[in-house]
Write a new protein. Structure first.
Length: 330
């Protein structure tokens, strides 16, 4: 019986193996430390000097309370429990199960505090399209009875209820005259215009724009995490004439003004940080931002619950510190 000869490995290779393993381990630990530092720095963007909302207490010389009395504003959102793959089978990825129940109280409390109407438009969902397309129907339904409609996807949380929607509009528009204001106010992320959070003004132009957006049926997509409504909105804005774009659309220079994204370690987010660092910085969620949007995240309910718990803890800490602070006596 023949015996196979086992070729002896060079002694130098055997000696190098522990070094290679240690180098790989050190590199992994270094990368994890890098991710931790990135997450910590980005979460403190506002402490490091970023400004999402310039001059938050003034809306072109008109107080927020005065604007609230003169403008009627609706906050509109909707959600279905599951996202379908297009043939009736629900998918757990990017599921909205329980999200509206988790965030509804947060938004209703903010709307009540500011004097806005909050509308859960889940009854307007068109079953013939992915649910996100029905935001167009929901916004259109509220325009006749409101001056401004603020659309916010279900996976959003109001994180700074001291900032009013009038302040946000004033920061983007730069003046307070309703009749001469633009009709659509949006933000951009690393991929361009985002259809998850935006403002629409009551006007004939807005009605026509929403109808045209709804009729772009060639963009409707089933069977993926993309529904096509965002791509349709980008296409529509991209093909406006320069005059129409200037007259009717405003894009916030700072995404974090009303549409911040949480930054979390992943290959995609690291790639965006490296190659689109400016856009990430302008849009990353930091304490003090008006609203966080869980765009592109799985486990949305868990994220929403965690953020709301953090906000509640911050509120309790503030109340405790306020009560413990001694009264100043001259």
């Amino acid at each position: 019986m023949a015996h196979r000869r086992v070729r002896a490995q060079p002694l130098s290779l055997l000696r190098r193996r522990p070094s290679v393993l240690l180098l790989a381990l050190f590199s992994s630990l270094l990368f994890l430390a890098f991710l931790h530092i990135c997450a910590s720095v980005l979460r403190r963007a506002n402490d490091l000097g970023r400004r999402c909302l310039a001059n938050p207490s003034v809306f072109s010389g008109i107080s927020t309370s005065a604007m609230t009395r003169t403008l009627k504003i609706a906050m509109v959102s909707l959600s279905l429990e599951e996202i379908s793959d297009g043939v009736g089978r629900p998918t757990r990825r990017r599921s909205f199960r329980g999200v509206m129940a988790a965030v509804g109280g947060n938004k209703r409390a903010y709307a009540a505090r500011m004097g806005y109407d909050f509308v859960d438009a889940h009854d307007l969902v068109d079953p013939g399209r992915p649910p996100s397309w029905s935001k167009i129907v929901a916004v259109r339904s509220q325009l006749p009875s409101h001056d401004w409609v603020f659309w916010n996807d279900a996976d959003t949380v109001v994180t700074n209820p001291d900032i009013s929607l009038e302040n946000i509009l004033g920061a983007v528009i730069g003046q307070a005259d309703f009749e001469t204001s633009p009709d659509l106010v949006v933000t951009e992320d690393v991929n361009g215009i985002n259809a998850g959070v935006f403002f629409v003004r009551r006007s004939k132009w807005s009605e026509n724009f929403l109808e045209t957006w709804w009729n772009l049926t060639s963009f409707v997509q089933f069977g993926s995490t993309k529904s096509g409504d965002n791509d349709a909105l980008k296409y529509l804005i991209r093909n406006l004439s320069s005059h129409e774009l200037r007259s009717h659309v405003r894009i916030s220079p700072m995404q974090c003004l009303f549409n911040s994204y949480p930054w979390y370690p992943s290959w995609k987010s690291v790639h965006q940080l490296i190659f689109s660092s400016g856009a990430v910085w302008r849009g990353v969620y930091s304490r003090g931002d008006f609203m966080v949007h869980l765009a592109g995240l799985d486990d949305k309910k868990e994220w929403a619950d965690r953020i709301i718990q953090e906000l509640e803890a911050q509120r309790r800490d503030y109340v405790y510190l306020t009560r413990q602070r001694p009264l100043y006596t001259p």
